[in-house]
Design a protein around this ligand. Structure first.
Ligand code: AHG
Ligand code: MN
Ligand code: MN
Length: 340
């Protein structure tokens, strides 16, 4: 029988061929993938597994936690505590970093995650996901206890990033800095099968994703761009645009990696969204790394997201990402607006 290439096979190849993956990171990625499998299983049970609905608690950002937010966080923590390849973890659902317990061996990597992205879609059976980012513990920090400051590295320093999307199929999309690949979970064998060996985002698109209900709060550069999209063939962009908004970043980005598009969650005039809604460290950075590795672009408005020097674990950021030419157009509008 001919076995298809799976995640382990791909990672071993990357380790040997390009040396882009260390044995340490390989084990870490396999463990994260294993945790995503467990989350996928819980998600698919829905009401039968008693996993739907909210808890009484709020996370550090004041958002009501869903049962699956906390369950997914616990699954990722538990899976990654004993591998010996991590120094600490950080998550949307935890106020501060989570150090590897005293009795476990420590490693030199840092793992960040959004355990369950698209929480508002859990109870309506729409695609949701898990986003993760891997950094290395800075050399100078290796002789002392890990601190939150050790995580505050710009996105260009990520050694791996990816997401799992729990949709009609469960897929794992990954970059180790050598392009973007996709695996589909074969539920019968429990294997992540390499189904998308070279994911590329087309440079042009006629499909945009933004929450239009926030239009009245947008900055002028975003309004200008969306007005032009809406003007269609008769407008300055000379083509008709289509719109999609799933409200799970994972699912919106997955569509863009599959057929192109531009995704925007910009900063706006609301106090709570003054710096953006999405979180830099475990949403924007990993997605920007993937998008750039697939030939796309990702900016906060005027600046490349991956170059931003973070100041806080839960810091928010404006996000515009996807097909290169379209993202660069929006970036240009921001730069022009700054000059005015
Ligand atoms: P999370 O569920 O992890 O808090 O993230 C939700 C995010 C993102 O996935 C999505 O793009 C956005 O929030 C949707 O926001 P709106 O409900 O404001 O459209
Ligand atoms: Mn999220
Ligand atoms: Mn989340």
């Amino acid at each position: 029988m001919h076995l298809k290439k799976n995640l382990t096979h791909y990672l071993v190849e990357q380790q040997r061929k390009h040396g882009v993956v260390t044995a340490d990171v390989r084990l870490l990625l396999e463990t994260v993938a294993r945790a995503c499998k467990a989350i996928s299983h819980a998600v698919s049970k829905g009401a039968l597994g008693g996993v739907l609905g909210s808890l009484d608690s709020e996370n550090v950002q004041g958002e009501v936690q869903k049962k699956l937010d906390v369950m997914s966080n616990d699954i990722l923590l538990e899976a990654n505590e004993w591998g010996g390849n991590l120094a600490a973890m950080a998550s949307e659902e935890m106020d501060t970093l989570h150090r590897i317990p005293e009795h476990q061996p420590k490693g030199k990597n840092l793992l960040l995650f959004d355990p369950l992205d698209g929480s508002s879609n859990i109870d309506v059976n729409v695609s949701i996901g898990t986003i993760f980012s891997v950094l290395q513990l800075p050399e100078e920090s290796q002789s002392r206890d890990v601190q939150e400051a050790d995580f505050l590295q710009p996105g260009v320093k990520q050694v791996a990033a990816g997401y799992a999307v729990y949709g009609p199929q469960t897929m794992l999309i990954l970059t180790v800095g050598a392009g973007v690949v996709g695996f589909t979970l074969d539920r019968e064998t429990g294997s992540w099968v390499l189904t998308n060996p070279n994911i590329r985002i087309p440079e042009d698109t006629a499909e945009f994703a933004i929450n239009m209900s926030n239009q009245r709060y947008w900055e002028p550069a975003i309004s200008r761009y969306i007005d032009e999209c809406l003007a269609g063939k008769e407008g300055p962009l000379e083509k008709n645009y289509n719109m999609r908004w799933i409200a799970s970043m994972v699912a919106d980005v997955h569509r863009i990696l599959s057929r192109g598009g531009i995704f925007m969650y910009p900063r706006d005039q609301r106090e709570s969204v003054r710096h953006g809604k999405l979180r830099l460290m475990y949403e924007a950075n990993p997605m920007s790394f993937l998008v750039e590795q697939a030939g796309g672009a990702a900016v906060d408005g005027a600046n490349r997201i991956l170059d931003i020097q973070p100041t806080g674990l839960h810091q928010r950021v404006g996000v515009v990402l996807g097909s290169k030419n379209e993202v660069e157009r929006v970036q240009k509008y921001h730069l022009e607006a700054q000059k005015d």
